[in-house]
Design a binder for this molecule. Structure first.
Ligand code: GLN
Length: 302
């Protein structure tokens, strides 16, 4: 398949959408990002890389990092992890409190409440969780300069009132062990990791590649990797998971930095970045790019 030509065609086709949507400005440090940035990159299992646009420029991964923390937590806890967090789609916004109040346990690891529980699992599993998480992520993406952005992490803490409410509700329901401030700080730090589209595609290739998953001591069975894919498929886009599945037909994960990573099992991973978001917190041009990609290639999991 000539993915380079397809990516070029798709990026031209989505260009008229430039200007639609709004950059996530509830995290003050993200409000300064150039909203017109755009990149898409495919990394294929057979070793080819295809890229268009600003594919070497790093951006804030935000909720995309929840896939990495799920992988790490699953490798530590195995099936027992699902006693701490569910695996059902929430059908609600990523930062919603409503179900948590009624049900007492986060619906899935990809909404904020679920990822905050994952942060607690990592904090209680390692003496040096920040370093462990970073070395895992660096090995996954094949770059040892990928890092946390402390300015973004601190800036989110300044205005992170909803997440503070979530962590307190979790503590009330005895769903986290560590101190609420410590958990919140680590959660924001994980969200602040930055990568470019080439690095992000490489990181997700590990979830497409039905081979050995063993990175920086984080090892998963093939079955666990497939299950992470299934959670991405059903929960990766919050209350737009059905729409993404309908339009794109691949497992994936979005973040409010405007990135989306997705994968076509056994074939390729794809990363796209465009900072303007729709009302559900997903990148407008990113969603459209992936929709057109799977329409053009006629390749999806269905
Ligand atoms: N750090 C962001 C938050 O907690 C992540 C949200 C996202 O990317 N959907 O609100």
């Amino acid at each position: 398949m000539d993915y380079q030509t397809i990516l070029e065609k798709v990026s031209k086709a989505v260009a008229p959408l430039t200007g639609e949507g709004k950059v996530a400005d509830y995290i003050p440090a993200l409000a300064n990002v150039n909203p017109n940035k755009y990149a898409v990159c495919i990394d294929s299992i057979d070793g080819n890389l295809y890229a268009v646009g600003d594919a070497d420029e790093r951006f804030s991964l935000q909720s995309i990092t929840k896939v990495f923390s799920l992988a790490m937590c699953l490798s530590i806890k195995g099936e027992e992890l699902w006693t701490r967090v569910g695996k059902e789609p929430s059908g609600t916004a990523f930062n919603s409190l409503v179900q948590l109040e009624v049900e007492g346990m986060p619906r899935n690891p990809f909404i904020n409440a679920g990822a905050i529980v994952l942060a607690d699992v990592l904090l209680t599993s390692f003496p040096d969780p920040e370093a462990r998480f970073l070395s895992f992520v660096r090995e996954l993406c094949g770059s040892d300069t990928v890092d946390y952005n402390l300015e973004v992490a601190h800036s989110e803490r300044e205005t992170g009132y909803l997440n503070a409410a979530i962590v307190n509700l979790l503590k009330y329901h005895k769903k986290i062990e560590r101190d609420v401030e410590e958990v919140l700080a680590f959660y924001f730090k994980m969200c602040s990791i930055e990568m470019n589209c080439k690095e992000l595609a490489r990181a997700f290739l590990a979830f497409a590649n039905h081979c050995r998953f063993d990175y920086a001591g984080v090892s998963l069975t093939l079955s666990q990797v497939k299950r992470i894919n299934s959670v991405m498929q059903t929960c990766g886009f919050y209350d737009e998971a059905g729409e993404f599945s309908y339009l794109v037909g691949l497992p994936g994960k979005s973040g409010v930095g405007g990135g989306i990573a997705a994968l076509y099992p056994r074939r390729y991973s794809v990363a796209v970045w465009s900072p303007r978001l729709n009302s559900k917190g997903n990148s407008v041009m990113g969603m459209k790019t992936l929709e057109l990609l799977t329409t053009e290639t006629m390749e999806s999991i269905f």
